[in-house]
Ligand binder design. Structure first.
Ligand SMILES: Nc1ncnc2c1ncn2[C@@H]1O[C@H](COP(=O)(O)OP(=O)(O)OP(=O)(O)O)[C@@H](O)[C@H]1O
Length: 345
């Protein structure tokens, strides 16, 4: 669905060049929910804007939804949906006096879809995105979460095979965020839409995405499923508490090939193992065979923040806190994105 090689973008203003994206390779399969994870200023939005034809790459090639990005951007634009970052906090454009249903119908008209067909699709999207009963409401009266769901519905009216969501849950409360994840999954399962989203929320990347591209300072630093990425860090940690016989248990477990490291702290054994779910039954059998009983056992995986820290030496959270770029984003952007994107006119 996306095949990109060496995508790069430089911005030059007043003799200063910013290498926003330095050569990103991406492969996204049909039907995947893929996340682009990285701190502020990493180059996520710039990459997204190149892939959805709003910015022309300085270098690189890409095929997006079956069309060549550089040679046939209009075809790419027809086949994809794009929901940009929310403008402002939660309410978006305050001058927007359209009704919810009008926004959806206007989007159909922008793509020259017949009225009856647009109305049918609008009704389906209203249902799928839990906007039922809101179709006659003014857009400006919607809550932040409702507004964001409407923006996604607008991005899907022309039934794109691929939709780009730029930070779909930024600014939403925790409950609305997890509802949004449900809606995004539902769009994928009911419409078969491939979803490519950016996020700097670790929990979102973990809970929602099939695969992740971790980007830092304009380059991809890791690719994989959330679990694969976490495994690359330092293995899983098994913590167990035995009933007496601590030294014997320690000696026995230390001999097992699945155990990489073992330590005792606060009367608990802390073991580092490569694959926790495979190691657990082995450890249990060994202890059982020696007649050692346990009072507690737990398995923990490293977090995606640990992955980022290992790969870059910096914490993703620290970077997210200090909003990096974005001072002068107008320069270098292409005018006119074709159909409206959901942030009003
Ligand atoms: N039009 C522009 N002109 C100059 N520099 C730009 C422009 N757009 C982006 N940049 C710079 O390029 C870098 C990458 O920005 P980008 O918006 O792609 O990052 P991001 O990962 O999406 O960040 P965020 O999470 O804050 O949205 C930043 O240093 C930013 O300041």
């Amino acid at each position: 669905m996306i095949e990109a090689r060496g995508l790069a973008k430089d911005f030059t203003s007043r003799k200063r060049t910013v290498h926003a994206v330095r050569g990103v390779d991406l492969t996204v399969e049909e039907g995947e929910i893929v996340g682009f994870l990285g701190p502020n200023g990493a180059g996520k939005t710039t990459t997204l804007r190149m892939l959805n034809t709003l910015l022309r790459p300085t270098a690189g090639t890409a095929t997006v939804a079956g069309a060549d990005l550089l040679r046939n951007p209009l075809e790419v634009r027809k086949r994809i949906g794009f929901v940009p970052q929310a403008i402002g906090q939660t309410q978006g454009g305050t001058t927007d006096t359209n009704l919810v249903i009008e926004e959806l119908l206007d989007q159909g008209a922008a793509y020259r879809i017949g009225k009856a067909e647009t109305a049918r699709r609008a009704a389906q999207l209203i249902e799928q995105l839990d906007l039922g009963g809101l179709d006659q409401r003014l857009v400006k009266t919607l809550s932040g979460g409702q507004r964001r769901r409407l923006e996604i519905a607008i991005g899907l009216v022309h039934q794109p095979s691929l939709v780009f969501l730029d930070e779909p849950t930024t600014g939403l409360d925790p409950q609305s965020r997890s509802n949004m994840w449900e809606h995004i999954r539902r769009i994928r399962s009911e419409l078969g839409t491939t979803v490519f989203l950016t996020t700097h929320y670790l929990d979102e990347a973990d809970a929602l995405c099939d695969r992740l591209f971790v980007i830092d300072r304009g380059v991809t630093v890791a690719v994989g499923t959330p679990d694969e990425l976490k495994r690359r860090v330092s293995g899983d940690v098994v913590t167990l508490r035995v009933n007496g016989q601590l030294p014997a248990a320690r000696a026995l477990l230390a001999e097992q090939p699945v155990v990489q490291e073992i330590a005792v702290s606060d009367g608990e054994l802390r073991l580092t193992v490569e694959h926790g779910e495979e190691a657990l039954p082995v450890l249990l059998r060994v202890l059982d065979g020696a007649g050692i009983t346990m009072s507690a056992i737990s398995l923990a995986r490293p977090t995606l923040d640990d992955v980022f820290l290992t790969l870059t030496g910096r914490s993703l959270r620290d970077d997210s806190a200090s909003a990096g770029g974005g001072q002068d984003k107008a320069e270098g952007e292409l005018a006119g994105a074709g159909a409206r994107t959901g942030n009003g006119e």
